[in-house]
Design a protein. Structure first.
Length: 113
């Protein structure tokens, strides 16, 4: 999986550089998030700007990350959802679970408050 990780202090930014987040690569995302949690990095922002399609496996990986972050008193926030991906979150009602931001700066800024 093409994934860029950038420690921004208050949170770690994970930029997914794939058009699809699906069964083929969602396991890699899950593994990478677990590694960050084990390193004590419990606040994550996942940038989905490049992602044009997400399936149940991709959603499952994000939900898993959300639960792991929450259990460690951290949080996982999303940014850059394209229309098709956003509609998938709305269809599954996950837009009520995740904090979703319009851009990276807004998402990272939410940790400073």
């Amino acid at each position: 999986m093409n994934l860029h990780i950038d420690d921004r202090g208050a949170a770690v930014l994970l930029t997914i550089e794939e058009e699809r987040l699906d069964a083929h690569n969602s396991g890699d995302l899950k593994t990478q998030m677990l590694k960050l949690f084990e390193e004590g990095k419990n606040n994550l922002v996942v940038d989905l700007q490049a992602v044009r399609f997400v399936d149940s496996s991709g959603l499952g990986a994000l939900v898993s990350g959300f639960k792991n972050a929450s259990s460690r008193n951290g949080s996982l926030k999303l940014t850059g959802l394209q229309l098709q991906v956003k509609s998938m979150f709305e269809l599954t009602r996950l837009h009520r679970v995740f904090e979703i931001f319009n851009d990276i700066d807004e998402a990272l800024g939410s940790f400073q408050q």
